[in-house]
Ligand binder design. Structure first.
Ligand code: NAP
Ligand code: GDD
Length: 319
């Protein structure tokens, strides 16, 4: 019998890489789509509609999918948007985790198989960082409604592990990007603009705080860490990061450099992209994951940026 996995947020960046990884490992992959997804009512085999703001059909989905592993990727994942939609973000990104955990508890209580649970926790939880680099022991200081919601989900995951013995783990993932990254995140916003500017279809790129620093890795590498966490006999929490930090400014330099253009001639600072509170710097220490999971990132920063620029250039030329 192949192992079965259920992925919430299967249509997102990580959901798509994870589906490919698990399929390559012989898993039968089931996925949850939010109700606003296209083709409504016709999700198809192994795809189910559920909204983490509702959760009333999660138990029934578990009974149909009978997963060995559940990866909770679904979230309102945009930090800036969370300032505009704080209650919605708290409901989906925070309480949504509790809805999934409670469905698993009920499922197991009713005689279902054991479900190993992965929670997509975030380096945003470190926020106004207490130390650099950040490890599993660094205290949280969330700086947005999104980060507060993620802290809630993180602790509920630990509570269900400690209270009910669930095999529940948190991956505290630092920023990870790819050609599949959502277009509203800064890396993809930049690489798409680079392609348009190179082709002479756009002149200016408006950005917010370009001095912010992030620890950017490749999403394809990071989903492997998620899977490794659920293969451990004991559940635990792990930081997943490259250990390097780069500013948005550096990202601009490398991305525009890929097509031989000086970014300074094209970038404008626009206050509408600033946040009420900023996370100035993130840099993770993934030593625990290296040691216990045998995980390490493969794609370096420059290669990641080039991969995204080349993808967006190809897309732009085809359109
Ligand atoms: P993403 O591309 O934004 O994907 C989020 C997924 O959640 C999408 O499939 C989305 O569906 C779905 N979703 C949104 N609202 C939902 C709702 N109310 N009910 C059910 N599903 C809903 O995010 P990602 O980059 O793949 O990240 C995956 C997870 O890791 C997220 O929880 C994110 O917060 C977390 N995380 C990401 C990073 C990162 O750097 N990428 C780092 C740390 C943690 P639609 O496609 O239809 O919107
Ligand atoms: N999105 C965006 N748009 N960000 C900008 C812009 C802009 O025009 N200009 C500057 N930035 C800065 C943001 O202020 C932030 O400091 C940095 O670029 C990265 O922003 P995002 O790419 O939106 O990512 P994020 O770091 O806020 O959040 C992402 O990573 C988290 C992990 O640390 C998301 O994927 C979260 O879901 C994830 O948890």
């Amino acid at each position: 019998m192949p192992k079965r996995a259920l992925i919430t947020g299967i249509s997102g960046q990580d959901g798509r890489y994870l589906t490919e990884l698990l399929t390559s490992k012989g898993y039968e992959v089931h996925g949850i789509l939010p109700c606003r997804a296209p083709g409504i009512g016709e999700a198809g085999e192994r795809l189910y509609y559920a909204d983490l703001a509702d959760g009333s059909n999660l138990l029934s989905i578990l009974e149909q999918a009978q997963p060995d592993e559940l990866y909770n990727m679904a979230a309102q994942s945009h930090v800036k948007l969370s300032f505009d939609l704080p209650v919605y973000t708290a409901d989906v990104t925070g309480v949504g985790v509790l809805r999934v955990l409670e469905a698993i508890r009920q499922y197991e209580k009713r005689g279902g198989n054991q479900v190993r649970f992965y929670q997509a926790s975030s380096s945003e939880m470190f926020g106004k960082v207490a130390e650099t680099p950040q490890t599993e022991r660094t205290p949280f200081h969330p700086r947005s409604p999104y980060a507060c919601a993620k802290v809630y989900g993180y602790w509920q995951t630990i509570n269900y592990r400690e209270s009910y013995g669930l095999h529940a783990s948190n991956g505290i993932l630092f920023n990870h990007e790819s050609p599949r990254r959502g277009e509203a995140f800064v890396t993809r916003k930049i690489t798409r603009a680079v392609a348009q500017i190179k082709l002479g279809r756009q002149d200016k790129l408006k950005l917010g705080n370009i001095d912010a620093r992030r620890d950017w890795g490749f999403a394809g590498d990071y989903v492997e860490a998620m899977w490794l966490m659920l293969q451990q006999s004991q559940p635990d929490d792990y930081v997943i990061a490259t250990g390097e930090t780069h500013s948005v400014r550096e990202f601009l330099e490398v991305a525009f450099g890929c097509v031989g253009i000086d970014w300074q001639n094209h970038v404008e600072i626009d206050p509408q992209f600033m946040r009420p509170a900023e996370v100035d710097i993130l840099r993770g220490d993934a030593s625990k994951a290296r040691k216990q999971l045998g995980w390490s990132p493969r794609v370096p920063f420059e290669e990641l940026v080039r991969m995204m620029v080349e993808h967006d250039l190809k897309l732009a030329m085809a359109s």
